[in-house]
Design a protein around this ligand. Structure first.
Ligand code: ZN
Length: 463
C-alpha cells in the first residue's frame, strides 16, 4: 500500500512539475486521525514490526550515590540495554531495557534507584509514525499550503525528497539541492544550498552558516527542525527579501545526514542510531557517524555491534567522508562562520570541545555567552529551558576518552567554523527520541529563533 502511494506521489510530482509554481498537488496526509492501540492492528498495518519492542521499557536510573553503578553503566557486562540520554548534572541515565534484563540489573545492584519513563514502548513508537490511511491529494494548492501539512507529521525519506524537489522547483533562484555522493546503500547525500542573489556582494564574500540534522537516525525531531528552518527562510524571502540574514549570509543544510539509517528507522527499527554500512563483524552493521570525523579520532571501545562504534579508521563512515571531501574540494569558496549540529534529546546547547575538557576552545568566554544568548532566545520564544554546557561533560569524555572523540562538532569547530554548537532538542525524557509529531512546529519555532539569534551574532561579528 505504502509503495503504491509513494509511486502515486512521484507520478503526480512528475505530472505537475511542468506547471510549477502554479498548481501543485497536495502530497501529504492530514493528521485528522488518532492512533488506535497498536495491539488492535492487523500486523500488516503496522508501520514496522512493533512487537520487537513489547518486552522493553525505558527507565531513568540515578547513579549519584553509586560510583560502581556509574562505572557499570558506562561499560556494562552481562546485562543488555541501550543507552538513550543522560543528564550529567542530575547524574541520571535513561536506558531502554528488556524486563528480564532489568531483573538482572536489580539483582546486581539491589538498591538500584530508577523510575520508568516509557512503559508501553511499542505504542509510543507507533504514535510517532504518521496516521497515513487517508492520503489527501488535491490540486490548486501552493507550496505554502503544502508545507503547513508537511510539518504536521514526521516524514519518510522519499516524502522529504519530494518536498525538497518541490521547494527547488518553486524557488530555483534561491534553493539548490546538491548531491554530494552516495551512501553505503546507494542513497544520495543531499546538501540544500540556500542563497539569495545579491549584486552588492560577491557570493564567496558572504558568510556561510551550516546546519545539519539527522546524524543519528532515530532523532527525527532534528530532521524536521532542519527542514522547518529551511521553510522559514523561504517564507522570509517571500516577505522580506532584503533582510540582512538573507542578503549577507549563505546557508548549507543537510537535513538528513544519515539517509540509510533514517530509512531504516522507517522500515525496520525505529530506534536505530548509526548508519548502515558493513563492519568487520558479519551481521553487525553501522558506524556512529558522530564518532567518525578525523579530528582527535580514537577507535571506540565499543564493538562493531554497539551503538557507539567508531569504525576502524577516521572518516570510514561514508557520510563523514563525503562531507569532508565536499568541503575540501567542491566548496572551497565558502567561508564557514557558523555551524550547528542538531540532535535530540535533553534540551542542551553544547559547545566545543567534545573530546576533552582539558582543551580550551578559543574565545571561550564569547562562545559561552553566545550559547546563553541562544538559550535565552529559545526561552523567550516558547518557555523551554535549554541548558548550556561543554560537550565533553555531556559525553563524559573525561571518564571515557573515546566517547567524545571524532565528533562533527570538534571537526567543524577546529577546521572550518568560527562558531560551532551541537543542540540537543526536546524533550528532557518524557518521550525521549519518540517526541510526538505535535511538537514538530513548536520545536521548529524555538530552533528557528535560536538559529536567527546565532545568525544575527555572526552578522555583527566583524572578523
Ligand atoms: Zn544524536
Amino acid at each position: 500500500m505504502m509503495k503504491l502511494l509513494l509511486s502515486l506521489v512521484f507520478l503526480l510530482q512528475t505530472v505537475w512539475s511542468f506547471q510549477f509554481p502554479f498548481a501543485i498537488p497536495n502530497l501529504f496526509s492530514s493528521p485528522s486521525y488518532q492512533h488506535a492501540h497498536y495491539s488492535k492492528l492487523d500486523p500488516d498495518d503496522q508501520p514496522i514490526d512493533l512487537l520487537q519492542y513489547k518486552d522493553d521499557v525505558v527507565i531513568r536510573v540515578s547513579y549519584a550515590s553509586s560510583p560502581p553503578l556509574k562505572e557499570f553503566l558506562a561499560n556494562p557486562k552481562e546485562v543488555q540495554f541501550n543507552k538513550w540520554g543522560k543528564n550529567s548534572n542530575q547524574h541520571t541515565i535513561d536506558i531502554q531495557i528488556e524486563e528480564e534484563e532489568l531483573v538482572k540489573l536489580i539483582e546486581k545492584f539491589p538498591s538500584l534507584e530508577y523510575h520508568t519513563i516509557i512503559e508501553d514502548l511499542p505504542q509510543h513508537i507507533y504514535e510517532t509514525f504518521p496516521v497515513s490511511e487517508q492520503q489527501v491529494i488535491t490540486q490548486d494548492e501552493d507550496f505554502h499550503v503544502q508545507s503547513e501539512l508537511f510539518f504536521k507529521e514526521y516524514r519518510d525519506l522519499a516524502t522529504i525528497n519530494s518536498w525538497l524537489n518541490l521547494l527547488q522547483a518553486t524557488y530555483p533562484e534561491v534553493v539548490k539541492i546538491e548531491e554530494i555522493g552516495d551512501t553505503f546503500e546507494h542513497r544520495k547525500l543531499n546538501v540544500v544550498h540556500f542563497s539569495v542573489p545579491n549584486d552588492d556582494i560577491e557570493h564567496h564574500n558572504k558568510k556561510t552558516i551550516v546546519i545539519t540534522g539527522g546524524v543519528h537516525a532515530r532523532e527525527w525531531i532534528s530532521v524536521s527542525s532542519t527542514l522547518y528552518m529551511i521553510y522559514q527562510l523561504v517564507k522570509l524571502y517571500g516577505t522580506w527579501p532584503n533582510s540582512k540574514i538573507l542578503t549577507q549570509l549563505n546557508f548549507l543544510f543537510i537535513p538528513v545526514t544519515n539517509p540509510d539509517g533514517y530509512e531504516y528507522t522507517w522500515t525496520t527499527d525505529r530506534l536505530w542510531r548509526k548508519n548502515r554500512q558493513e563492519t568487520p563483524i558479519p551481521r553487525c552493521f553501522g558506524i556512529d557517524i558522530d564518532h567518525s570525523y578525523g579530528y582527535h579520532w580514537t577507535k571506540s571501545s565499543d564493538w562493531a555491534c554497539g551503538e557507539e562504534y567508531s569504525g576502524e579508521f577516521p572518516f570510514e563512515a561514508f557520510e563523514s567522508r563525503l562531507w569532508d571531501e565536499y568541503l575540501n574540494n567542491t566548496n572551497k569558496d565558502h567561508t564557514i562562520y557558523g555551524y550547528i549540529d542538531l540532535h535530540s534529546y535533553s534540551q542542551e546547547i553544547l559547545y566545543p570541545y567534545a573530546y576533552s575538557c582539558e582543551q580550551q576552545p578559543r574565545d571561550e568566554e564569547n562562545l559561552i555567552e553566545l550559547a546563553w544568548g541562544i538559550a535565552k532566545s529559545i526561552r523567550m520564544k516558547s518557555g523551554s529551558n535549554y541548558n548550556v554546557l561543554p560537550a565533553c561533560i555531556d559525553k563524559d569524555s573525561d571518564l571515557l576518552p573515546d566517547l567524545g572523540a571524532g565528533s562533527a562538532l570538534d571537526y567543524m569547530y577546529h577546521n572550518r567554523a568560527f562558531w560551532a554548537y551541537q543542540f540537543k532538542l526536546r524533550d528532557t525524557g518524557g518521550h525521549g527520541f519518540l517526541l510526538p509529531a505535535k511538537y514538530i512546529e513548536p520545536v521548529g519555532d524555538e530552533i528557528v529563533s535560536a538559529i536567527l539569534y546565532f545568525c544575527k551574532f555572526i552578522l555583527s561579528d566583524d572578523r
